[in-house]
Structure formats: structure tokens, C-alpha cells
Design a protein around this ligand. Structure first.
Ligand code: ADP
Ligand code: C5P
Length: 259
């Protein structure tokens, strides 16, 4: 890849040149919409490239004792639940070609836990999370912005409304399954949290961030064509960087041919 010159040992303090910075992709969408599934498919198809996945979940603020007592009053779907300053500084370092420590988050204790994860710089960095398209500064870091949807709202308004409710129903069903099995919750808590915080915040913060996306993927991880197009685009962008490295005057050559 075009960042082969960067290694953990050799980059002590030096930023990588601007035209060799990694390709940063943001993947947003509602809870259980298929963000992780889409990211994993992109990563598996980019097998020859160095790719790292950063989850916005890693930047959840730890709850203090008072907040833990009233955990059912806490809105984990509000932008303030994330430490966005830390997320920005980690992403900025990765963009400049430096290794970073990404915190580990435990959904059962609602706290950051040790050990953190050492992430080395890579050719492609994917940042995935419900609100990665919400903050202007985070969006500004991205070369490509993706929003994962479940349904496709191409119908007239009334059908679009029904389809959007269906969209939330599918996500809620997946979320009940996941949170009871993997995140130590009971069904009643999941349903209460969903109607009280998850759904209203989706409508207030996540859905409006869809307009910033370059690409909206309907049917999430089932959409092989969309994944394939995205992967081809990334490979083209990385290829251009490689050519520029080998032939610094490549743009002159191309424009000469156009004449
Ligand atoms: P997110 O990262 O947006 O929370 P995930 O990709 O982890 O979503 O998917 C949430 C759950 O839904 C997972 O259990 C996953 O296996 C399941 N899932 C994801 N995409 C599909 C799909 N297209 N069909 C059926 N189940 C899916
Ligand atoms: O993986 P996913 O995108 O679904 O993760 C985000 C969701 O995790 C949010 O909708 C939030 O309600 C939930 N969450 C939680 N408990 C925490 C932290 C986040 O239920 N401690």
C-alpha cells in the first residue's frame, strides 16, 4: 500500500506526508442496522491492504457511581455520552501515521476497562458508530462517509413511514437478541431503554446525520453490490497514491495524454 514507509518502529514522531495519509471511512447508522457487518465485509474484501477498524463505542464515557445507581436514566444514544475530544485526538494521530491506544469499553459495567488496544497506522482506517457523522470535526477527518440503512425509502410518504417503522422494528428485534445474549441485559430493560432513549435519539441525532453521507447502503450487509462498489473505490484511491509515489509526475503524464 501507499503507506508502506510507515512502521511503528520508524515513525518516531514524524508525520506522514499529506498525500500519503490513510484513507478514512466513516460508517454510521442506527443501532443493530448492520454497521459492523458492513465494515467486516469491506475489510475482508480489502485483503491486500492494511486496514484498521475503530469503534466509536470505545469512546463511551465511563459512568461514575451516582450514574451507575441510576443507569436506567442515562441516555447512551446522546452525543454527550461519548468522549469526542479523545476520539478526535486518536483519529488525528492515526491520520498522521502514529500508533495510538484505543480504550476498551465494557457494556456490562458501563466503564472503560484495561487493557486498551494498541492500533498501528494503516492504509485504510474505518471509524464505525451510531454517531460518527454527527460531529463536524469528526466528519471533517473522513474521505468517505457511509450510512447503513435497513429499508429503502423510495415509496410515497405513507409507505416510507411504514417502511421506516419496519426498519426500527428489525433493529429492535436484533437488539433484543444481542443485548440479552452479549451485553447482560434483560428484555424489559432493553425495551424500556429503546422507547425512552434509543428511538428518540435516533430520530433527533442519527437520522439527521444521514444527509452528510456520500453513500447510503440499503439492506446493510446483504447489499453485495454496494460493498463491491465501495471496495473498488477505495482500491482506486489507494492505487492513485501508489502511482504518485512511483511516478511523481504522473499527473503531467496523464494531462499530456489527454491533449
Ligand atoms: P451494528 O454494528 O449496526 O450494531 P451489527 O452488524 O452488529 O449491527 O448487526 C446487529 C445484529 O444483526 C447482529 O447480531 C448481526 O448478526 C445481525 N445482522 C446484521 N445484518 C443482518 C442481516 N442482513 N440479516 C440478518 N441479521 C443481520
Ligand atoms: O453496537 P451499537 O451501534 O448498537 O452500539 C450503540 C448502542 O449501545 C446505543 O444505542 C446505546 O444505547 C447502547 N449502549 C448501551 N449501554 C452502554 C453503552 C451503549 O446499551 N453502556
Amino acid at each position: 500500500g501507499f503507506n508502506d514507509h510507515i512502521s511503528v518502529e520508524s515513525n518516531g514522531g514524524f508525520d506522514c506526508p499529506k498525500n500519503k495519509q490513510p484513507f478514512i471511512i466513516g460508517v454510521a447508522g442506527g443501532t443493530a442496522s448492520g454497521k459492523t457487518t458492513v465494515c467486516n465485509q469491506i475489510i475482508s474484501q480489502l485483503h491486500d491492504q492494511r486496514v484498521v477498524l475503530v469503534n466509536q463505542d470505545s469512546f463511551y464515557r465511563s459512568l461514575n457511581d451516582d450514574q451507575l445507581v441510576n443507569v436506567h436514566e442515562y441516555n447512551f444514544d446522546h452525543p454527550a455520552a461519548f468522549n469526542t475530544e479523545l476520539l478526535l485526538s486518536c483519529m488525528e494521530k492515526l491520520r498522521r501515521g502514529h500508533p495510538v491506544n484505543i480504550p476498551s469499553y465494557d457494556f456490562k459495567s458501563h466503564k472503560s476497562i484495561e487493557p486498551s488496544r494498541l492500533v498501528n497506522p494503516a492504509d485504510v482506517i474505518i471509524l464505525e458508530g451510531i454517531l460518527v457523522l454527527h460531529d463536524f470535526h469528526v466528519r471533517n477527518l473522513m474521505n468517505m462517509k457511509i450510512f447503513v440503512d435497513i429499508g429503502l425509502c423510495v415509496f410515497p410518504a405513507v409507505f416510507a413511514y411504514l417502511l421506516c417503522s419496519l426498519n426500527s422494528d428489525v433493529r429492535l428485534a436484533r437488539r433484543i437478541q444481542r443485548d440479552t445474549v452479549e451485553r447482560g441485559r434483560n428484555i424489559q430493560n432493553v425495551l424500556d431503554q429503546y422507547s425512552r432513549f434509543v428511538k428518540p435519539s435516533f430520530e433527533e441525532f442519527i437520522l439527521p446525520s444521514k444527509k452528510f453521507a456520500d453513500i447510503i447502503i440499503p439492506r446493510g450487509g446483504d447489499n453485495d453490490v454496494a460493498i463491491d462498489l465501495i471496495v473498488q473505490h477505495i482500491l482506486t484511491k489507494l492505487g492513485q497514491h501508489d502511482l504518485c509515489k512511483i511516478y511523481p509526475n504522473i499527473n503531467v503524464i496523464f494531462s499530456t495524454f489527454q491533449i
